[in-house]
Design a protein around this ligand. Sequence first.
Ligand SMILES: Cc1cc2nc3c(=O)[nH]c(=O)nc-3n(C[C@H](O)[C@H](O)[C@H](O)COP(=O)(O)OP(=O)(O)OC[C@H]3O[C@@H](n4cnc5c(N)ncnc54)[C@H](O)[C@@H]3O)c2cc1C
Length: 505
Amino acid sequence: MAHSRYDAVVAGGGHNGLVAAAYLARAGRRVLVLERLDHIGGLAVSTRAFPGVEARLSRYSYLVSLLPGKIRADLGVRVELRRRRFSSYTPAGDTGLLVDGEDAERTAASFAAVTGGTGDHEAWRRFYAMTAHVARRVAPTLLDPLPDRAALRALVGETAWRDLFERPIGEVVAERFADDTVRGVVLTDALIGTFADPAADLLANRCFLYHVIGDGTGDWNVPVGGMGALTDALADAALSAGAEIRCGAEVLAIDPGGEVTFRDSGGEHTVTGGHVLAALPPAVLARLLGETPERPEGSQLKVNMVVARLPRLRAPSVRPEEAFSGTFHVNEGAEALAAARAQAAAGRIPELPPAEMYCHSLTDPSILGAGLRESGAHTMTLFGLHMPARLFAAPGAREEALRRTLASVDTVLAEPIEDCLLRAPSGEPCVEARTPLDLEDEAGLPGGHIFHRDLSWPYAESSGDGPWGVETAHPRILLCGAGARRGGGVSGIPGHNAAMAVLLS
Ligand SMILES: Cc1cc2nc3c(=O)[nH]c(=O)nc-3n(C[C@H](O)[C@H](O)[C@H](O)COP(=O)(O)OP(=O)(O)OC[C@H]3O[C@@H](n4cnc5c(N)ncnc54)[C@H](O)[C@@H]3O)c2cc1C
């Protein structure tokens, strides 16, 4: 291939790379996207995970909150993000806590049944009114140049700033809520993919913040058609604006001057970009630049399942269709979370792994083939907490973690989850587990960190951050994946901001 020049070369065809490519191409820039795998999407993909089973599972990420409506509108992305009526259900003994977004009385009755006279329902309403206020204030800043700390603090206001940005979230939750179940439900948002102690470590606050500010509401919605539908729509936006996307093209080296060496089936090639946008993890970018990479550590067990029927619950007052359509919390009380964290910190797989489950096909049946739909089958996604990468070096650790996680699920159901699993035509049950190390092998995620690196505050912390939070030590090289400041999750924000850094420079 002749040596080609582009205005921008985007290394990595995940959703952020596609967003950046679409913005740049729409502005008339000549853009090339290079993706190592034979498909685009990175961690935002849908897959038929079980041969012969017509279920398109969002294999890694599954819910969308952080993607701003402005990016969807700018790029003409028409994927529907469908709201879930029930935000969560948490089994507690023979009853459970149901948070029903459309029936305040039922939610109040559920709080009363689980927490008695603790006043936690009122505390819950006050707390989430505060996070909603922060969401409305912070979300619009995420697509602008980085504010400094003082400016964001002034926007957020003193009480919310203290409770969400300065005091450990575990301390705030313990002060505001009395009931262990309620405390745990709140704390899970501080621990997704993040091995942190919420009582001491402000990393948990950052994780919490990104879970409650998405697009100004903090709602977590189901992308209709699955994550793959969102990625396809972003790729269409980039392609129709004139971007070139090459899959099966692994970037081997990036030069600070803008030269990018990659390999595809035809051999090795070099192209030059006026800018190079690294839509891949910072540790991978460091390696490609010949620098010393950091070593992040992810912490989760992702389990994808297809069930022949929804499992029966212990509580008669809630239907499985209600309980599983939102976030179904499993052994995620505050004390259970702390015990699991202590065990994992000591190098042991938690005895009673905390986890949450979601049935997306209840909200979006289109991801199932007609036969499965009619039979009552459903997808079931599980995200396990406090499963840091360090636990999985030993042989058999994945199988042990899965066994304990399913046993943990069984403690809150009226029947074993294994009895509900659909069997593929091969006779195998439809269940697959992914540890952080699996994600490293399969998706190229250093340490299996789902946000590419630990989440950062959405404000400039030093002069090195640059105006958009995407700048690197090399003026032509910009970070445009989840590891940028204000990155993490399926948001497109780093992609947008890297494109703006190019267009407005
Ligand atoms: C199990 C799991 C569950 C999650 N759940 C959610 C969720 O429900 N909601 C949410 O918002 N977020 C979730 N996340 C996080 C979210 O998916 C990611 O933070 C986000 O998708 C990252 O997008 P990205 O485009 O920045 O990077 P990626 O999606 O990681 O894309 C990077 C791309 O770069 C490519 N690449 C790597 N090296 C090279 C190379 N040398 N040359 C060329 N290409 C290369 C990769 O193949 C990949 O396609 C989850 C993540 C995981 C793993």
